[in-house]
Write a protein that binds this ligand. Structure first.
Ligand SMILES: [Zn+2]
Length: 898
C-alpha cells in the first residue's frame, strides 16, 4: 500500500509524521525468536486451500450481495470441523465432497460464526479423512461504504449520481467478501465471476475470460484464473468505467477511470510503462501476469492512497489523476511515485509474499526504496535522492522514542497488523535497505534481489531468506548488520570522539551509543570509556571523508572504531547520507564543517541540517548550531535546503505557540519571515511555464510556511487572488490553503459554497478538507459538525476531522470521542484503533495523556493499544521538550537581530 501521509504538504511532513506515523506495539522482547520460529496463524492448520471459485451477485442499490464460493482444498489431518475466516457474512448452506467423487457430498450440520475471532466453523457429521476436497458455500454479505472488504463509492458524474464497487482486502478484509483462509501464507489460485447491471463493466486481477448476457439485461463476467497468490491481493471493481491501454513487452498496461476522466490518467499510464520496463530489467524476472491495470476511484482514506492488488492496482483519484484545472508539479511527482511503489509490489509482495505480517517491511520497505530509486532513474532532474533525508527523518523521529518497535515485529492480531503500516515499516525499512545496498554495492544488491525473487517466486518468505540470498550474492556479512537494524529498535548515535591531523591524514576515533529523544541517558552514556556504554549496540556501516577527499567506509562494531582519512580538513560523517544513524561532532569539528556548509553537496547539507536539529532538540548540541547553519543558507541555495529550513522554522514557531509565548512567538515569526520571504520573492508568485519542478514545489511550500508564520503581506496577496479568481492551477491549492488557514466566517462560507457546488469528486474532497484547516477554533468546530453530516461524502468525513486535528488536536479528539459511534461509522473497522490516537497525537496539552490512556482502556483490548502508547509518548515528549530549546533560540535571536 502507499501510505496517504505522503500526500500531506511536504513542508510540514516531518512535523506531522512525528505524531502521525505511529508505531504498532511497544517493542516485544520475543520478536527475534518469532521471526525465525514457527509460522504464525490464527487458524487451525488442518486444511489448506488450493483454488477458490467465487460467483458474486451484487445488489448495488441495496448495498448487499449473495455469493457461492467453491473452494478446492487439502485436508491435512482427520477433522470434523473446518475453520476459516469470515466477517459479517451470513451462511445459507455448506457442503463438501472429495475431489474425485461428487456423489460423496455431505452437508455441514452446523455452521458456527464467531464475529470476534472473524471465523466460521463448518461442522460435519463424520470426520474428513486427509486428502483433496471441494467445499461449496452459499452465503450473503453487506457492501460497506468504507474501504474494507467489498465497498461502494457514490459520486457525481456530470450531474448523474453514480455508484461503483471496489474491494480493499489488505490486511485482513478478504474475509468480508468470501469465507477462506485469509492469511498471506495460504496462497491459492482464484477464479472470479460477477454479475453487473446493464451499461457497467468490471475489472479484476486477470483479463476477462467470458462475457454473457443475463435475462435482466445485465452481464455475467468471468475472469481468467489468477496465479497462486495471497487472499489480500484479490481485487474486483464494477461500475460505469472507461479503460485505456498501452503495451509494454508482453504486458497490456491499463488505466481504468470513471467515465470522462480517462485523459487525466494518461500521465499515470505512460509513467507506468516506463516503470514496468525498468523493473522487468532490474528484477530479472518479467512481470508475470498478462495485464496490469491501475484503477482510479473517487474518495479517499485517511491511512492509504493506493493498493497493490496483483494485476489490478487500486488508487484513489487524488493520487493518480492529473486534472489540468487543479494539478501541480507535486501531483505529477506523486502520481509517478505511487505508481512506482505499487508496481514494485507486483514483485515484492505479490510474486513473493511475507509469510506473516511480522515481515510486512519486506513489502513496504522494498516498495518505498524502489519508488525513490525509480524517481531518480526516470527523472534525474528532480533530484529525488534529496527526499531520502526527509523520509529517513520520519523514521528516526518515531524510532528515537521509547514507544518504537523493531522493523521485524511480532504481530498477533488483525489490529496490530493494521498498526504496522507505519514509518518504521515503510521509511526505516527503506533507509536500512539503502544503507545495506551502499554497503554491499548496487550490483551485488541487485543480484541478491534477483536470486531471492527467483528462488521464492509464488511462495512466502521471512526476512532471513533475503539476507541469505544477499550474503551469497555479495560475499559480505550482511546478515549480522541487517539483524542489528531490523530486530532491534532505535537509532544509533555515532560520535566523533577524537580527530587529529598527522602526516597529511586525518585520524578519527568514533564511538557508538544510542540517539534517544525521551531516554537521553542512552546517548550520554557513550563516554570515552568503552566499558561504560549503555543502550543498544549495532554494527554500523559508516562512511567518512575530509571535505574534497576520498570517502572511506568502515563498520563501527563493539561501540568503537578508528579510521584514517586521506587529507586534512573539515570531517564529514555519513558522507552521501546512506547511513541510518545520527552523527555528533566535537564543537571544533562542527564549526569547521559549518564554515564549509555552502561547499557541501546538497544531500550532505540536508543531512547535516537534519542531524543538527534533532541533536539540538535532544539536548546533545546547542540549538545555535542549527540556527548558525540555517543562517548561512543563501537565497539561491538548493530548493530542498530551503524546504527543510522552512519546515523547522514553522516547527519552532509551533513550539512558541504551544507554550503561549505570544511576544516571543511574534519576534521569532518576524525573523523566520525575514529568512523565507526573500526566497519567495526570488521565485515570484507567477511561474514561468518552464520552471523547474523543485522550484515549483518550493514556491508552494514557502507560501504555506509564510502563511503559518502569519505573514501579513502574503495573506493579503493570497486573499486578493482568491477574491479576484486569479488562481492558476499551479497556485490554486497554495492560495486556497492560505485563505483556509486564516479564514474568517465569510471566507469559510465562501469555501463551503465552492465545495458544495463542485462536481469533480477529486476537487470536491480537497475543498471539504480545506474547511478543516482554519486557525479559528469556532470555524474548526463548524468543520467538525459538518463532518458528521452526509454532505462531505462517506469517505471524506474522517479526513476532515483529521485535518482539524492538525491545528486543534484537543478539540478534534474531544469531539470525535463525544460522537464516537457516529465517527466510527466513517472509519473502516480495523483502522479505528489507529484513528482516534492519531487525532490526539499532535497535542501539547499534558491533559491529553490521560485522555488517550482512558480511550485505550475503554475501547481497545491491551494488545491493540500500540498506537495509543505511541501517541502518549509523542505528547509526553512534546510537553516535556517542546519548549526546552526556546530560551536558547530566544538568546540567539537577540544576538542576531538585524
Ligand atoms: Zn506499499
Amino acid at each position: 500500500m502507499t501510505s496517504s501521509l505522503s500526500s500531506l504538504p511536504r513542508l510540514t511532513l516531518c512535523v506531522l509524521l512525528a505524531a502521525l506515523g505511529l508505531p504498532a506495539v511497544a517493542a516485544p522482547a520475543a520478536s527475534t525468536a518469532n521471526a525465525i520460529g514457527l509460522p504464525t496463524t490464527q487458524l487451525p492448520r488442518s486444511a489448506s486451500p488450493t483454488h477458490y471459485d467465487i460467483a458474486l451477485r451484487p445488489d448495488m442499490a441495496n448495498a448487499r450481495f449473495s455469493a457461492v464460493a467453491t473452494i478446492t482444498l487439502d485436508v491435512l489431518q482427520p477433522t470434523r470441523v473446518l475453520t476459516m475466516n469470515a466477517a459479517g457474512l451470513a451462511f445459507d448452506r455448506a457442503s463438501i465432497h472429495t475431489a474425485t467423487a461428487a456423489a460423496d457430498e455431505i452437508t455441514a450440520t452446523r455452521i458456527v460464526g464467531n464475529e470476534e475471532q472473524q471465523t466460521v466453523s463448518l461442522h460435519f457429521a463424520r470426520p474428513l479423512a486427509p486428502g483433496g476436497y471441494q467445499l461449496r458455500i452459499a452465503y450473503r454479505g453487506a457492501i460497506g461504504d468504507q474501504a474494507a472488504g467489498l465497498f461502494y463509492l457514490d459520486y457525481d458524474n456530470g450531474g448523474r449520481k453514480q455508484r461503483a464497487l471496489y474491494t480493499q482486502f489488505e490486511n485482513s478484509e478478504a474475509r468480508r467478501m468470501f469465507p477462506g483462509w485469509d492469511e498471506p501464507a495460504y496462497k491459492a489460485t482464484f477464479a472470479l465471476e460477477v454479475a453487473v447491471p446493464a451499461g457497467q463493466t468490471a475489472v479484476s486481477n486477470m483479463p476477462l475470460q467470458s462475457d454473457s448476457a443475463l435475462p435482466d439485461g445485465g452481464r455475467l463476467l468471468r475472469f481468467a484464473t489468477t496465479p497462486r497468490m495471497s487472499t489480500y491481493l484479490l481485487f474486483l471493481a464494477a461500475g460505469d468505467f472507461e479503460r485505456a491501454t498501452v503495451r509494454e513487452g508482453g504486458t497490456e498496461l491499463g488505466v481504468v477511470t470513471q467515465r470522462g476522466a480517462l485523459p487525466q490518467a494518461r500521465f499515470a499510464l505512460d509513467a507506468s510503462r516506463a516503470v514496468l520496463r525498468d523493473y522487468n530489467d532490474y528484477f530479472g524476472l518479467p512481470y508475470p501476469l498478462p495485464k496490469l491495470d491501475n484503477v482510479a476511484a473517487p474518495g479517499r482514506h485517511q491511512f492509504f492512497s493506493a493498493m497493490e492488488n496483483w494485476g489490478a492496482i487500486f488508487t484513489f483519484e487524488n493520487a493518480i489523476l492529473l486534472d489540468p484545472a487543479i494539478s501541480t508539479q507535486a501531483d505529477r511527482q506523486q502520481a509517478l511515485l505511487v505508481a512506482a511503489h505499487e508496481i514494485a509490489h507486483q514483485w515484492f509482495g505479490d510474486l513473493v509474499t511475507m509469510r506473516w505480517w511480522d515481515d510486512l517491511w519486506l513489502n513496504e520497505g522494498f516498495a518505498s526504496w524502489m519508488e525513490s530509486r525509480t524517481m531518480q532513474r526516470l527523472h534525474p532532474e528532480w533530484h529525488w535522492e534529496l527526499n531520502n533525508i526527509g523520509s529517513r527523518e520520519a523514521a528516526m523521529d518515531q524510532d528515537a522514542l521509547s514507544s518504537s518497535h523493531p522493523v521485524v515485529q511480532h504481530i498477533a492480531t488483525v489490529e496490530q497488523a493494521n498498526q504496522a503500516f507505519d514509518s518504521i515499516t515503510y521509511q526505516k525499512g527503506e533507509a536500512v535497505i539503502r544503507m545495506l545496498e551502499d554497503y554491499v554495492g548496487s550490483e551485488a544488491w541487485r543480484d541478491g534481489v534477483r536470486a531471492y525473487l527467483g528462488r521464492h517466486a509464488y511462495g512466502n518468505t521471512v526476512s532471513d531468506d533475503l539476507w541469505r540470498a544477499m550474503e551469497q550474492a555479495a560475499h559480505k556479512p550482511v546478515t549480522a548488520i541487517a539483524h542489528d537494524f531490523t530486530l532491534q529498535t532505535g537509532v544509533p548515535l555515532i560520535r566523533l570522539a577524537d580527530v587529529a591531523c598527522r602526516d597529511g591524514a586525518t585520524h578519527l576515533t568514533l564511538t557508538q551509543s544510542e540517539f534517544s529523544k525521551d531516554q537521553p541517558a542512552k546517548a550520554q552514556a557513550a563516554g570515552a570509556t568503552q566499558g561504560a556504554l549503555k543502550g543498544t549496540h549495532w554494527r554500523v556501516p559508516v562512511v567518512a571523508q575530509t571535505l574534497g577527499g576520498a570517502r572511506v567506509s568502515t563498520v563501527v562494531a563493539g561501540g568503537r572504531a578508528s579510521v584514517s582519512l586521506p587529507g586534512c580538513g573539515a570531517v564529514l560523517l555519513n558522507a552521501g547520507q546512506a547511513g541510518y544513524y545520527r552523527s555528533l561532532y566535537t564543537p571544533g569539528a562542527l564549526a569547521a564543517l559549518s564554515a564549509s556548509f555552502a561547499q557541501l553537496p546538497t544531500l550532505d547539507q540536508l543531512g547535516l541540517l537534519a542531524d543538527s536539529w534533532a541533536l539540538s532538540q535532544a539536548g546533545l548540541q546547542p540549538a545555535s548550531a542549527w540556527l548558525d547553519l540555517a543562517d548561512r543558507a543563501r537565497p539561491d541555495a538548493a530548493p530542498q535546503v530551503w524546504s527543510r529550513i522552512g519546515g523547522v522554522l514553522v516547527e519552532i514557531q509551533q513550539a512558541y505557540r504551544n507554550t503561549a509565548q505570544t511576544e516571543a512567538q511574534a519576534r521569532f515569526a518576524r525573523y523566520a519571515r525575514g529568512r523565507l520571504a526573500p526566497v519567495l520573492a526570488r521565485l515570484g508568485w507567477d511561474a514561468a511555464p518552464d520552471v523547474a519542478a523543485q522550484d515549483a514545489n518550493l514556491r508552494a511550500e514557502l507560501i504555506a510556511a509564510l502563511s503559518a508564520l502569519n505573514d501579513p503581506g502574503l495573506i493579503t496577496e493570497a486573499r486578493r487572488r482568491f477574491v479576484e479568481g486569479q488562481m492558476p492551477p499551479t497556485l490554486r491549492r497554495a492560495i486556497l490553503g492560505v485563505v483556509a488557514e486564516h479564514a474568517d466566517a465569510a471566507d469559510w462560507d465562501r469555501l463551503h459554497a465552492l465545495a458544495r457546488a463542485e462536481t469533480s469528486a477529486m476537487t470536491r474532497s480537497e475543498l471539504y478538507d480545506l474547511l478543516g484547516a482554519s486557525d479559528d477554533p469556532a470555524l474548526a468546530r463548524r468543520a467538525l459538525q459538518l463532518a458528521l453530516t452526509e454532505e462531505p461524502g462517506a469517505t471524506s468525513s474522517a479526513t476532515l476531522i483529521s485535518r482539524v486535528a492538525v491545528k486543534h488536536p484537543d478539540l478534534a479528539f474531544d469531539f470525535a470521542l463525544a460522537h464516537r459511534t457516529e465517527v466510527e461509522a466513517k472509519v473502516d473497522p480495523t483502522s479505528r484503533s489507529r484513528y482516534f490516537p492519531q487525532l490526539g497525537s499532535l497535542s501539547a496539552d499534558p491533559a491529553m495523556v490521560a485522555k488517550l490512556q482512558a480511550y485505550g482502556r475503554s475501547y481497545l483490548p491491551p494488545e491493540s493499544r500500540g498506537d495509543v502508547h505511541a501517541a502518549v509518548a509523542a505528547v509526553q515528549y512534546r510537553v516535556k521538550n517542546g519548549a526546552a530549546r526556546l530560551p536558547e533560540i530566544g538568546a540567539w535571536l537577540a544576538a542576531h537581530e538585524r
